[in-house]
Design a protein. Structure first.
Ligand code: FAD
Length: 399
């Protein structure tokens, strides 16, 4: 990996140790181009999308044109890249708009990731290029109304083989992009052997109903769906051919949990930048609030959280590049990052005072969106328990 010195890198103000300088020059240029795109096409509109709870799904086509959806897959990548670079794309999206990061994260990490890890060569060839261009949109259906943290213990959604077809029945909850995706990866329990299998459900599908979940306080511009499956027929050729148990789901989540840890760094950076600007411009007692020691303490704590999170994210990404990333690594990274994120956005919110609870000061959206990051991709407790199991050899999910 080429080391670009901090002086020549395009480091962000909250990247105090210039971690971005460890990416290749080619990778950094992609990020600079992406940042410009986001400043023009996302930043000015993100609060309105959030207020209206409207997904900016049109962006996927634009991201496809920019080429940022396909870096993770041999079929669609313009050049081989590092995990840190691919996740830094997510960081940039989250730094600008966390919901946009999730729109892309569900499509690429969960949707395309499931096809890449669980699909045959033919399935990869059929789907990955069209998803990388943004022509088609993907979603990922694992969580159910009655099974969230315990999905590994058994899904209620069932799959029954009938000749060359499968029949799916059940319900899914919280499925991001679920109201408009062209293909939804549905994970279901095979009635014959109780193992978990993945199915590429093309929409619209007879028997599948997706209803938008309203009244959210977090990730409002992500369209999450309640999905009902009543005798949905899927041909055998659309079953993920290389996914045969929950272990295959876990292989996907190992990477998306790390991605969430990178998103957490991006959300913290977005909140930090807004809070710092606010502290420098807001005056009380005749001077900028940034000049008060107690305000500087908050800024210092947030900057330290961001730096520590980035250090762990970089180290975990290096493990991923070396094929050494285990689930306890991504669980540690995600649990740490999400915990620090929650503290950081609260401090940033405080710095903006009363204006911190209103969108215009630029902090409130990050504050709200942090809550979902804390809970999805494994709750804080689940990720701590996965790490605890690795440390002790004892699974403590049920005490
Ligand atoms: C905005 C958003 C987007 C999402 N997108 C998707 C998506 O695209 N696809 C998808 O499949 N899912 C998605 N999810 C679902 C998400 O993954 C789940 O919400 C998450 O896994 C937690 O499940 P749950 O909500 O059912 O909570 P529960 O599992 O009911 O947990 C409730 C609480 O109990 C705690 N708890 C549970 N078991 C234990 C235990 N053994 N020990 C200690 N504490 C425990 C949990 O940590 C949590 O605090 C999304 C969720 C949100 C909010």
């Amino acid at each position: 990996m080429t080391i670009v010195s901090p002086e020549t890198s395009h480091a962000l103000s909250a990247d105090l140790f210039a971690f971005q300088g460890q990416l290749t020059a080619e990778e950094q240029l992609v990020l600079v181009e992406l940042r410009e795109f986001l400043d023009e096409h996302v930043r000015p509109f993100a609060d309105d999308w959030w207020e209206r709870a409207e997904s900016p799904r049109h962006l996927l086509r634009r991201f496809g044109e920019l080429g940022i959806l396909g870096y993770g897959f041999e079929e669609t990548r313009p050049f081989a890249s590092s995990s840190a670079f691919r996740n830094w794309i997510g960081l940039e999206l989250a730094r600008c708009d966390p919901s946009t990061a999730v729109l892309v994260g569900v499509h690429v990490g969960l949707g395309m990731g499931s096809i890449a890890l669980g699909g045959s060569q033919e399935q990869r060839a059929e789907w990955l290029p069209r998803l990388a261009s943004g022509e088609l949109i993907a979603a990922f259906g694992l969580t159910e109304p009655d099974h969230g943290s315990d999905t590994a213990r058994g899904l209620a959604t069932t799959a029954e083989r009938r000749g060359d077809e499968w029949v799916l029945n059940g319900a899914k909850r919280w499925i991001g992009n679920g109201t408009f995706a062209d293909v939804i990866v549905i994970w279901a329990r095979d009635l014959a052997d109780d193992s978990v299998k993945g199915f590429l459900v093309r929409t619209p599908a007879s028997g599948l109903t997706a209803t938008k979940i309203d009244r959210k306080i977090s990730m409002r511009s992500v369209e999450n769906a309640d999905i009902e499956l009543v005798d949905v027929v899927v041909p055998e050729r659309d079953r993920l051919q290389r996914a045969s148990s929950f272990r295959d789901v876990a292989r996907v989540l190992r990477h998306t949990r790390l991605e969430s840890a990178w998103h957490a760094a991006g959300v913290s950076m977005g909140a930090f930048e807004a809070a710092l600007a606010y502290a420098q411009s807001r005056t009380q007692f005749g001077r900028p609030i940034a000049s008060f020691q107690l305000v500087q303490q908050k800024l210092a704590d947030v900057a330290t959280n961001i730096t520590a999170t980035l250090a762990i994210d970089m180290a975990a990404s290096r493990l991923s590049d070396d094929g050494q990333l285990d689930e306890q690594h991504s669980s540690l990274a995600k649990a740490f990052a999400a915990g620090r994120l929650r503290q950081s956005v609260a401090l940033c919110r405080e710095i903006a005072g009363g204006n911190g609870v209103q969108l215009d000061a630029g902090v409130a959206r990050y504050f709200g969106d942090a809550e979902a990051i804390y809970t999805f991709e494994g709750t804080h407790e689940m990720n701590s328990l996965i790490l605890g199991r690795a440390l002790t050899g004892i699974a403590a999910f049920i005490s």
